[in-house]
Design a protein around this ligand. Sequence first.
Ligand SMILES: [Zn+2]
Length: 331
Amino acid sequence: MKIAVGIDIGGTNTKTILARENGEVLFSHKSFTPSVKVKGDERIENLLINNLKDFIHNATAKKVISGTSEISGIGIGIAGLIDRKNGVIIQSPNISAISGVALRGIFEKEFSLPVTLENDANAYAFGEKWIGVGKDLDSFIVLTLGTGLGGGLIYKGKLYEGPMEVGHMTIVPSGRYCTCGSTGCLESYASGRAIVDRAVSSLEKGTESLLSKCCDGNIYKITPEVVYEKALDGDSLSREVFREVGQFLGIGIANLINILGIDAVIIGGGLIGGWDMFIEELSKEVHKRAFKLLTTDVKILKSALTKDGGSVGAAGLLFSHLAGSTEQTTS
Ligand SMILES: [Zn+2]
């Protein structure tokens, strides 16, 4: 059975895995995305190449594989806009050092292997169709709730190769500032960044909350995970923050259901652990706003690929590419 590398390059972390054709993960490693270490003449692509060489070396030393010769290709998913034809990252707001880099060609040359390049949330969506909860579904959207909010669409069984920047649909006119340069984007109301911003701004205004006593009394050290813990402890502000995440996500999802006519919405990403704190409000909002006929059979599902979603999907896209190449050469 073939083995591929899957890499998910996010704004904060990079996840690298080795996966078989059936989706089984053989080996994985998480590291910081090297964007913050790029200094002077250093190139981010060289840092990424060195990281992958170390990964293959470790997998070989641990006898997971016998070396690069056992790898069929490299699938890369990355946060940002992709030029698929040329394998270039056009723009990546959270990893600015990589904008404009022709990563696919650079990796192909360095490793002498086939390489695929896709947006990270699109790769995640592909992973859900391949081996996740979307396996038997025809059309669904995947939302990845992490530092930001990503989106990927499987439509009539196929990955839609468009930008799908659902996190940047305007939800509140003249609303909160967004990292994309606009204001009032969904991501500014439903993401890890939004959870922290909303909590901190209330604390700055003097709202009483268990949050003010956490993180050594430094409210600027609050993380989404801390807000979730305090919500579990019954803290009203923390619960309200998650209720709002559900409300805004629900508005965004209602828009998507009305536009696309899909079978399901799958929610994944690093913050999916907070599911029980926002899902009720989210469902309420979806059913309040979207056309009844379009929502009756729509399932709202929790991703089962939360740990490796993007990297597994990236490996899956590579296998799919190889299968396509074979068909082309044999037909
Ligand atoms: Zn935006």
